[in-house]
Design a binder for this molecule. Structure first.
Ligand code: CMC
Length: 426
C-alpha cells in the first residue's frame, strides 16, 4: 500500500506515483505511470532501480551494514555456521535445535551426485576453467531430476534447494580433482559442510585418516557465510530474471554462476591474485598505482557499487585472514605485497576521495591462497556459497505471483528504412 505520492508532470499533465516505504532503506517510487505518460525510465546499471520486493537481505552501503533476515553479518559469521545461515535465508529465521538437526540431515542425504554425472566431467579438457565446468554440470543437474522440476510445486522447490546446497561442494571439489587428474572423493557425511568440502578437495583415497585443521575449517565456513547472499547483485538478479520465465532452478543457478564469473563480480577474488602476480613485488607497487590512477587498470578487490564506506564482510574477512596466516605461520611474499597494497590504497587520496575500500574479495583471495586453494577455484567457492542466497531469492520469487522480467530500452539505432537487394547495396 502506498504511504505517500510523488507527482510526475509531463507536457503539463500530472501523474501520481505511489511511494512505498520498506522496513529499512530508501522508499521506492512506483514508476508504472511513466508508461501511461508515454515514457520509460532510463537507469543504466540499475543505479536507482528496485525491480523486486524482498525480505531476505538488507544493505546500507553508507553505514556499511549487511543484514540477512535482520541478523548482522558479523554476528552470523562469528557465531553461526553457514548451513544455519542458509536455513535463515531460505526460511526467514535461524533454525531452532530441531529444525537445525532436520535441515543438516536433509543436506547430508543429498551430498552425492548421480554416477552418470562423472561422464560430464570427462567431456571437459583437463585444463578447462572450473567455472566453465560448474556452469555446465550445475545446469546439467536438471537432466537428473525430472520428477521434481515442477516450479509451481512447493515440495519440488524445497527439495531442489536442498539438493543444490548439498551438491555444490561435491561438484566444486570434483571440478578441482578433475583438473588435477586425481580420483573424485565421495562425500563424507560424518564431516561438517566445510570439512567435507576440504576433504573432497584435498584428500586422496590413500588418506584413510584425513583430518582438517580447525582454524582452516572455521575460516572456510566463514568464507561461505560471508558470501552467502548479497541482495539484488548481478548474479542474483540474473537468477531471478532467468527464473521469471519459469525456467528450471538448476538452469537458473547455472545462469547465476555465469554472471558471477565476471571480474567485476565474483571473478574479482581470482583477479586479485592475478594482479599480485602482475605486480610481482613491493617495489613495483608505486608504478602499478600510477597505472590505476591513469585508469589503465583497476585495483582488483577494491571498491563496491553499494558500500561506499566499508564492506562489513571485508572486516570479518580481514580478522579471519590474520587468524589463518597466523595459524599456518605463512610468510608468503605475495601476502606481504597484498598488505602493502592495502596500506597504500587506504591512505592514498585517489582511493580515499572515491571511497574505494578493500572488499570481501580482497581478503578472501588471500585466505584461499593461504589454505592452498588454487586461484582458479576461488570463484567456484564463491558460487558454492552464493547458491544458498540465489536459491532463497528464487524461492521467494516463486512464493508469490510474479511477472516475467522484461526491461525496455532507449533505442538509438536506425529509424525505419526499406530493404535493399544485395546487388544494390553500397
Ligand atoms: N580501482 C580503481 N578505481 C576504481 C575502482 C578500482 N577497483 N573501482 C572504482 N574505481 C573508480 C572509478 O574509476 C571511478 O572513478 P572516476 O569517478 O574518477 O571515474 C570511481 O571509482 C567510481 O567507480 P564506478 O566504476 O562508478 O563504481 P561502480 O559502482 O560502477 O563499480 C565495482 C563497482 C565493484 C564494479 C568497481 O569498484 C570495480 O570494478 N572494482 C574492482 C573489482 C572488484 O573488486 N569487484 C568485487 C566486488 S565485491 C564482490 C561482489 O559483490 O561480487
Amino acid at each position: 500500500m502506498a504511504d505517500n505520492q510523488a507527482t510526475l508532470t509531463v507536457d503539463g499533465k500530472d501523474y501520481q506515483l505511489p511511494i512505498t516505504e520498506g522496513t529499512l532503506g530508501p522508499s521506492v517510487i512506483e514508476v508504472a505511470a511513466f508508461q501511461k505518460a508515454g515514457y520509460w525510465t532510463y537507469d543504466p546499471g540499475f543505479m536507482a532501480t528496485a525491480p523486486v520486493e524482498s525480505k531476505i537481505t538488507f544493505i546500507d552501503g553508507g553505514k556499511g551494514e549487511l543484514l540477512h533476515r535482520g541478523y548482522p553479518i558479523d554476528q552470523l559469521a562469528n557465531n553461526a555456521e553457514y548451513l544455519e545461515v542458509a536455513y535463515a535465508l531460505i526460511h526467514g529465521d535461524l533454525p531452532n535445535a530441531e529444525q537445525k538437526a532436520d535441515f543438516y540431515e536433509k543436506i547430508r542425504q543429498h551430498t552425492g551426485v548421480h554416477d552418470q554425472l562423472r561422464k560430464f566431467f570427462e567431456g571437459f579438457r583437463r585444463d578447462a576453467h572450473p567455472m566453465a565446468i560448474m556452469v555446465g554440470v550445475v545446469g546439467a543437474l536438471s537432466a537428473f531430476y525430472h520428477e521434481n522440476l515442477d516450479v509451481s510445486n512447493e515440495e519440488h522447490r524445497e527439495i531442489t534447494a536442498i539438493r543444490l546446497i548439498a551438491k555444490m561442494p561435491t561438484l566444486a571439489a570434483m571440478s578441482y580433482k578433475y583438473s588435477k587428474g586425481e580420483p573424485f572423493m565421495y562425500p563424507r557425511n560424518d564431516f561438517n559442510y566445510a570439512e567435507n568440502f576440504l576433504y573432497m578437495m584435498f584428500a586422496t583415497p590413500a588418506d584413510v585418516d584425513y583430518k582438517t585443521n580447525d582454524v582452516i575449517t572455521r575460516a572456510m565456513d566463514k568464507i561461505f557465510t560471508l558470501h552467502a547472499d548479497h541482495e539484488q547483485n548481478a548474479s542474483t538478479s540474473t537468477v531471478r530474471l532467468a527464473g521469471s520465465t519459469g525456467a528450471n532452478p538448476y538452469a537458473c543457478i547455472a545462469a547465476g554462476i555465469a554472471a558471477l564469473w565476471g571480474p567485476s563480480h565474483g571473478g574479482a577474488n581470482e583477479a586479485v591474485l592475478e594482479m599480485l602476480d602482475e605486480i610481482g613485488s613491493v617495489e613495483n607497487v608505486p608504478e602499478f598505482m600510477e597505472k590505476v590512477k591513469s585508469r589503465e587498470v583497476k585495483l582488483m578487490g577494491f571498491g563496491h557499487r553499494v558500500y561506499k564506506n566499508f564492506d562489513p564482510r571485508a572486516q570479518v574477512m580481514k580478522e579471519t585472514c590474520d587468524e589463518v596466516l597466523d595459524a599456518l605461520g605463512i610468510n608468503d611474499p605475495k601476502l606481504e605485497l597484498a598488505m602493502a597494497l592495502e596500506k597504500i590504497a587506504l591512505e592514498d587520496p585517489f582511493f580515499v576521495e572515491r571511497n574505494l575500500y578493500p572488499n570481501v574479495d580482497f581478503y578472501s583471495g588471500i585466505i584461499l591462497k593461504a589454505i592452498g586453494i588454487p586461484t582458479s577455484m576461488f570463484t567456484v567457492i564463491f558460487a558454492l556459497a552464493r547458491t544458498s542466497g540465489w536459491i532463497s531469492h528464487w524461492l521467494e520469487m516463486h512464493s508469490a505471483p510474479f511477472k516475467i522480467g522484461r526491461p525496455r530500452q532507449l533505442y538509438t539505432g536506425e529509424t525505419h528504412r526499406d530493404f535493399v537487394k544485395v546487388e544494390d547495396r553500397k
